[in-house]
Design a protein around this ligand. Structure first.
Ligand code: FPP
Length: 248
């Protein structure tokens, strides 16, 4: 069966978020170092970005490095940073050719300067593209992001610019890193783990979750299309009843 052909083009999620998990286990299965798995994971990234372009997903957020990942062995952190710099630099012409716009969320200032520079160059070079927006979550954690938003709001209250009683969810959203993107409708996590791991806690409030045992380096276009088909078979009720949804 051609999975891509089975996808309903009128019900494509605008924004898909992915926790790319299982690189280390994949490498171990091959008798290789963990970093070998991260390298192979880049091929999956390339395919999934392409798949988004093919079916019309407009935003793709990838959890590439979490705040907690800084606690991994130094060798692995250094290798991951090098891989990020090398990949961004190598892939930018390809992203540009495919009309992909690169964006980043997270504590970008905490990344090595070389990584920040490569990232900013690629963001600038791809700024006018509009097929898919690829958002890399780097040194990102949702609790960090929400805490910062609350601090910004508290500052406004302190300065008398905002009354505490006037605060709504819109104020919190406005100060999130993601404020210019729509919320993801679908969140995918690979490798059989069923956790959200401090990823987009606010933004995933109404997202559909898709978990697969496939390890990230093995997750390719058809696996992505399966996730989209699963999403299309869900009934999204947003707190309403099934009857209310079917009447609309
Ligand atoms: C999780 O697998 C994966 C990561 C922490 C890194 C993901 C990064 C890449 C795939 C490189 C991406 C590059 C770009 C430019 C987006 P894990 O190491 O936690 O695997 P394990 O759970 O099996 O140990």
């Amino acid at each position: 069966m051609d999975l891509k052909q089975s996808i309903n083009k009128n019900n494509i999620p605008q924004h898909v978020a992915i926790i790319m998990d299982g690189n280390g286990r994949w490498a171990k299965q091959q008798g290789e170092d963990r970093i070998f798995g991260h390298h192979e994971g880049v091929n999956s990234v390339r395919e999934i970005v392409e798949a988004c372009g093919e079916i019309g997903v407009k935003y793709l957020t990838l959890y590439a490095f979490s705040t907690e990942n800084w606690n991994r062995p130094k060798d692995e952190v250094d290798a991951l940073m090098e891989l990020l710099v090398a990949t961004i630099s190598m892939e930018t012409p390809n992203l540009n050719k495919k009309g992909v716009k690169l964006q980043a969320i997270g504590d970008i200032k905490s990344l090595p300067v070389s990584c920040q520079q490569e990232l900013q160059d690629s963001i600038d070079i791809t700024a006018n593209n509009n097929t898919v927006t690829l958002i890399l979550a780097l040194s990102y954690s949702s609790k960090w992001e929400i805490t910062n938003s609350v601090k910004e709001i508290a500052k406004q209250v302190e300065e008398g610019k905002l009354k505490a009683s006037d605060i709504t969810s819109k104020h919190i959203e406005k100060h999130l890193n993601t404020n210019i993107f729509p919320d993801p409708e679908l969140m995918i996590r690979t490798s059989g783990e069923h956790r959200i791991s401090n990823f987009l806690l606010w933004q995933l409030a109404y997202a559909e979750f898709y978990f697969t045992d496939t390890l990230w380096p093995d997750f390719r276009k058809d696996d992505f299309f399966k996730a989209i088909l699963s999403y299309q078979n869900r009934e999204r009720r947003f707190g309403k009843t099934s009857d209310q949804i079917s009447k609309n």
